[in-house]
Design a protein around this ligand. Structure first.
Ligand code: HEC
Length: 213
């Protein structure tokens, strides 16, 4: 079984920052804008270390909007549809029209959660960590259930152009279909390269992939 990291140091850092944020807010009751105050504390607490730069705290429009909602206060439907349409419009499709690479490589990418942390070598490719949230190949027994099972994804849906395009766009930028999704925006945020995404596409859609056996 392979290691998949929802990095513990990162979780600890967030908890620490939240604690700090709480203290700062308590100390400064006159400040009305708690949100801005919390962001200030986070920016002051984190330091750029290697590729993990403080810029990561700057939210884009969709992230900033989503931060105003949560499980008990979900993003209103109409606003969600608007965000999704705007995100979908930013998705680039493969210039050569080819969507499927090697499912064998795709399986490796789905298995690894390494990458993008300060301690990772930025010249090496990152992983997709798909198994952290999804069931894929039935051979891998350790998987998370935050996302739906993707077992038999291609067998059930086929390889038509609309399915290829939907799956590509979903991997590129999950916010294009589910505003405020928990799924990483693999292409949009430069986590996976175009070639890696094609390999993951093959894992999902190639009839020879164990996902479709
Ligand atoms: C942090 C959790 C998380 C990770 C990591 C993740 N996903 Fe997802 N994924 C989700 C969730 C949650 C959904 C359900 C829809 C939504 O909320 O976006 C989803 C939906 C999907 C769908 C759409 C399923 C459908 O029925 O149409 C596909 C395809 C998919 N993920 C593929 C992947 C692949 C491939 C990877 C790795 C490269 C991956 N996901 C990584 C959480 C995740």
């Amino acid at each position: 079984m392979h290691q998949r990291r929802v990095s513990r140091p990162a979780v600890a850092a967030v908890v620490a920052v939240l604690a700090l944020g709480g203290a700062a807010i308590a100390a400064d009751k006159k400040k009305k804008d708690y949100r801005a105050a919390a962001v200030e504390v986070m920016k002051a607490s984190f330091q750029t270390k290697g590729q993990a730069s403080v810029d990561r705290l700057n939210q884009d429009e969709v992230q900033a909007t989503c931060s105003q909602y949560n499980a008990s206060k979900p993003v209103p439907r109409e606003l969600a549809r608007k965000l999704e349409a705007a995100q979908l419009a930013t998705v680039p499709y493969p210039a050569d029209g080819k969507y499927l690479g090697s499912w064998e490589n795709g399986e490796k990418i789905a298995q690894t959660g390494v990458g993008k942390q300060f301690s990772d070598d930025p010249s090496k490719p990152a992983g997709g960590n798909c198994y952290a949230c999804h069931q894929l190949s039935p051979k891998e027994l350790s998987f998370g259930t935050i996302g739906p099972s993707l077992y038999q994804y291609g067998k059930l849906r086929g390889n038509s152009e609309p399915i290829l395009k939907y799956t590509w766009a979903r991997l590129w930028n999950a916010q294009a279909f589910t505003a405020c999704s928990d799924m990483p925006r693999f292409g949009h945020q430069g986590i996976l390269t175009e070639a890696q995404l094609k390999d993951v596409m093959a894992l999902l859609l190639d009839p020879e992939s164990p996902v479709n056996k």
